[in-house]
Design a protein around this ligand. Structure first.
Ligand code: AMP
Length: 248
């Protein structure tokens, strides 16, 4: 069984993102990492390989040349091969999904495991769009994944409980936080990963025009939090909630 894992290079989740006076997000000298949900996707694919349920894992990243570092991280965790689709443009989910469809048509995987969302743009669209383009079943927000022959059981966290779905392969899965805890790459595996192959392509080689359809009009930093006040009594608190906060 072959698994494709699309991984996005995003601003590291520990970084406090700043907005430049020009209105764009400041990405100069900012630490970039693999999207955390995609690390979970890589981990899940590796676990399936360790259980002899998968043979090959291909990590795919669409982005600038530096996205090859993100692919190397996936290779060091245990993926077998990488595909870097080099694109200087910020790609929208539909274009990402179209490129992934073209790769899936060529590679013929049994499973594509994506993150449920990329933490930079919070779109939560690519997996669903890819499932529609491929006309494959989708198990989104997976918190548990079981494979039995051709059938896949996906447990999803939904409002008020858990939902269990049965899917037939080939299928799309998107990962939720509780699916697993990703491993750290060991030093010997980081060394081994340097020898693993990374194929280089471009969106144009799949006939995709990477130009965005949406224009970002404005990006604003969150409002600074105003300092609180101390009250002397519950009576004063109730008065302030009524007269100043307008809550009561
Ligand atoms: P999004 O729909 O943008 O929130 O992204 C959902 C998932 O799609 C991510 O967690 C990745 O698995 C995949 N994805 C999105 N953008 C890219 C990209 N540029 N390269 C590789 N995978 C991506």
């Amino acid at each position: 069984m072959k698994i494709l894992v699309p991984i996005k290079r995003v601003v590291d989740y520990n970084v406090r993102v700043q907005v430049k006076p020009s209105g764009s997000v400041d990405l100069d000298n900012v630490k970039m990492s693999m999207n955390p949900f995609d690390e979970i996707a890589v981990e899940e694919a590796i676990r399936l390989k360790e259980q002899n349920k998968a043979k090959e894992i291909i990590a795919i990243s669409i982005g600038p040349a530096q996205a090859s570092e993100t692919i190397r991280t996936a290779l060091a965790m245990g993926a077998d091969k990488g595909i870097l689709v080099q694109s200087p443009e910020r790609l929208e989910p539909l274009n990402v999904a179209k490129i992934l469809k073209a790769i899936a048509d060529k590679e013929k995987p049994d499973l594509i495991i994506l993150g449920k969302q990329a933490i930079d743009d919070d779109c939560n669209q690519t997996g669903q769009m890819l499932a529609a383009l491929l006309n494959w079943p989708q198990g989104t927000f997976a918190s548990k994944l079981e494979l039995n022959g051709d059938s896949i059981t996906v447990t999803r966290e939904v409002d008020g409980g858990l939902q269990t779905l049965a899917l037939k392969r080939p299928a799309i899965i998107t990962t939720d936080l509780r699916l697993n805890e990703p491993r750290y790459a060991t030093l010997p595996n980081i060394m081994k990963a340097k020898k693993k192959p990374i194929e280089q392509t471009t969106p144009e080689s799949y006939g995709i025009n990477p130009a965005p359809r949406l224009e970002i009009l404005e990006t604003l930093p969150p409002k600074e939090r105003e300092g609180g006040v101390k009250v002397e009594s519950i009576k004063e608190l109730v008065e302030k909630l009524r007269s100043e906060a307008g809550i009561l």
